[in-house]
Write a protein that binds this ligand. Structure first.
Ligand code: NAD
Ligand code: DAU
Length: 344
């Protein structure tokens, strides 16, 4: 059946991958992207989507109530998927305010528009970081949907607040809400402030690879297309009022990831530089995806060994895209964030 879907944050990493998935898998659907085009967006990411008559782009800020309501008035969406967020933990430590505004108040604006105009689903894209972290010496422990919210950074706190607000709108106003909480994503179009694209970019350019602390923190990596398929499964088979964890049981220490990238690119480990740790650095994330697997029949399909190779190739073949992201303000960001760490 034909649906109109609003995707916020669609010029960013996961939102753009989700748009391409929908254009391919649900060709009869109309996809409306709303994105404020912050530093984290690259409009060229959507070049191919813009050629598709079923796709439309609005440059708008999810905090702008009037602007968002006007788009709902025109487009009358059936489904809204809210990816738009400030998403980088290090930036949230430097400047928390914008995280609270976009991630919490922006989500509220989107849900108020959904209430006013009526939708069949509002989906909030959440993160496993809302569960805090797990100890490194307890590999038997995993995050389930019942794990208490216990956040560490301003970023994860803002995301937890948005999840709770979404669930409150479900209970209080009956808004048909679902929430997914995913582990670390990797794949094409990720902004090179995040571990994997940053390390690939630096290694290609023979720059040092800044590993926080001793590189022993563990993240649970999922190929971005599998995350997007998980969200589609929640939209089509999930129950409103429910939270679904998405992850692929693929835990790796940061240093392992960095060494895999260097090996794949044929670069020496002497490029690694251990730098000052992130404040409040979460030790380990590990998702238990059993609920999504059993209730939605969702399973990740891309093995890490294949996904990481495809991802490295993608960045090697898209260095123009990388240069678009890393010119201008990125240079200031990099110097500010990393000179400080090296000099600590
Ligand atoms: P990203 O930073 O790559 O993209 C965010 C997008 O949102 C950008 O295009 C940006 O321009 C847009 N945006 C930011 N503020 C906005 C505003 N006020 N109004 C409209 N648009 C705005 O982020 P991402 O990694 O693609 O993450 C997308 C979502 O998924 C986020 O909600 C994030 O918390 C969540 N998430 C990310 C991961 C991950 O590993 N990257 C894992 C789990 C969940
Ligand atoms: O778990 C899901 C979360 O994953 C998402 O909600 C966030 O939006 C996303 O950014 C990501 O958060 P992390 O903090 O885990 O990702 P990041 O890529 O920033 O860092 C991954 C790990 O690598 C973390 O332990 C810090 C470390 N790191 C990161 C950078 C950028 C380094 O050692 N050096 C670096 O330069």
């Amino acid at each position: 059946m034909k649906k109109t879907v609003i995707v916020t944050g669609g010029a960013g990493f996961i939102g753009s991958n989700f748009i391409y998935l929908l254009l391919e898998e649900r060709p009869e659907w109309k996809i409306i992207c709303i994105d404020a085009l912050t530093y984290a967006a690259n409009i060229h990411t959507l070049n191919k989507a813009i050629e598709n008559p079923n796709f439309k782009f609005y440059k708008e800020d999810i905090r702008n109530r009037d602007g968002i309501f006007k788009i709902f008035e025109i487009e009358k969406p059936d489904i809204v998927v809210n990816f738009a967020a400030e998403s980088h933990v290090d930036r949230s430590i430097e400047n928390p305010g914008i995280f609270l505004e976009t991630n919490i108040l922006g989500t509220q604006v989107m849900m108020d528009a959904c209430r006013k105009y009526g939708v069949e689903r509002f989906h909030q894209v959440g993160t496993d970081e809302v569960y805090g972290d797990l100890p490194l010496d307890r590999p038997d422990l995993f995050f389930t949907e019942e794990t208490p919210i216990h956040t560490s950074s301003p970023y994860s706190t803002s995301k937890a607040s948005a999840d709770l607000l979404a669930l409150a709108y479900y209970r209080t106003y009956g808004l048909p809400v679902t929430v997914s909480r995913c582990s670390n994503n990797y794949g094409p179009y990720q902004f090179p402030e995040k571990l994997i694209p940053l390390m690939i970019n630096n290694a290609i350019k023979d720059k040092t690879l800044p590993v926080y602390g001793q590189g022993l923190n563990v993240r649970d990596w999922l190929y971005v297309k599998d995350h997007c398929l998980g969200i589609l499964a929640v939209l089509e088979r999930g129950k409103t009022g429910e939270v679904y964890n998405l992850g692929g049981h693929n835990e790796k220490a940061n240093i392992e990831i960095v060494k895999i990238i260097l090996k794949e690119l044929g670069k020496p480990e002497s490029l690694i530089s251990y730098v000052a740790d992130r404040k409040g650095h979460d030790l380990r994330y590990a998702i238990d995806p059993a609920k999504a697997e059993m209730e939605l029949g969702w399973h990740p399909t891309t093995m890490f060994t294949d996904g990481i190779k495809q991802t490295i190739r993608w960045y090697q073949n898209n260095m123009v895209w990388m240069e678009e992201c890393t010119s201008g303000d990125y240079v200031n960001y990099y110097e500010r964030m990393y000179e400080r760490r090296i000099n600590q």
